[in-house]
Design a protein around this ligand. Structure first.
Ligand SMILES: Cc1cc2nc3c(=O)[nH]c(=O)nc-3n(C[C@H](O)[C@H](O)[C@H](O)COP(=O)(O)O)c2cc1C
Length: 188
């Protein structure tokens, strides 16, 4: 395999669930957002909106409301999470970014996933930890979903689709989970 900085950022990126408390710099944040904005999108619609969360009190309130939503979800898995004292969807990361997609776009889910993945790889490339944390998105399916959409400034007509946490890694050198074999065939 050819090795360069980009390929190493892809293969070395791990989901980081333990962060240092320090906030990332504005330059690092802007680098992540630019990486997201440069993702490919169907028909070049760029149908995304990025919401940067860096307010501890708001992240704490989101955690509480998510727990409340999970308690009444009817899902055993989610109810267990809601009763877990140490459950934190943000893993105590100082920054989270929610990517919302325009409901009018052709393929907003694919576009927003591409944007999020770009940000995860960019994070690794500049020495930050990250984790795709889609559990946060359940917040918008709950009773308070509309409240949170407006509270967080998500534009009308945009649906929160994916989210990720970012920060300085408190854990490093995590091994990659083994890769599944047999997922490639060649026609040539
Ligand atoms: C669509 C999606 C949703 C995910 N949601 C969560 C989540 O809510 N919480 C979490 O801790 N990790 C979440 N992850 C991270 C996965 O658990 C992780 O990518 C997987 O275990 C492989 O580990 P790696 O990212 O270190 O290669 C999610 C990943 C994807 C792609």
């Amino acid at each position: 395999m050819i090795s360069n900085h980009t390929i190493e950022s892809i293969t070395k990126r791990r989901s980081i669930r333990s962060y240092k408390p320090e906030q990332i710099s504005e330059e690092e944040l802007n680098t992540l957002l630019e990486a997201g904005r440069y993702a490919p999108s169907a028909a070049n619609q760029q149908p995304w909106h990025f919401t940067v969360l860096q307010n501890k009190d708001i992240m704490q309130k989101i955690k509480q409301d998510l727990k409340e939503h999970f308690k009444s979800s009817g899902s055993v898995r989610f109810q267990q999470l809601a009763s877990d004292e140490i459950f934190n969807p943000f893993h105590n990361a100082p920054t989270a970014i929610i990517v919302s997609g325009s409901e009018k776009a052709l393929m907003p889910q694919a576009d927003c996933a591409a944007a999020l993945q770009n940000m995860l790889i960019a994070a690794e490339a500049i020495g930050l930890g990250s984790c795709w944390v889609n559990i946060v998105i359940h917040l918008f399916n709950g009773e308070k979903g509309d409240f949170w959409g407006s509270e967080l400034g998500i534009p009308v007509g945009y649906k929160p689709m994916y989210s990720a946490t970012f920060g300085y890694k408190a854990l490093t050198n995590m091994p990659a989970p083994p890769r599944k074999e047999g997922c490639i065939n060649f026609v040539r």
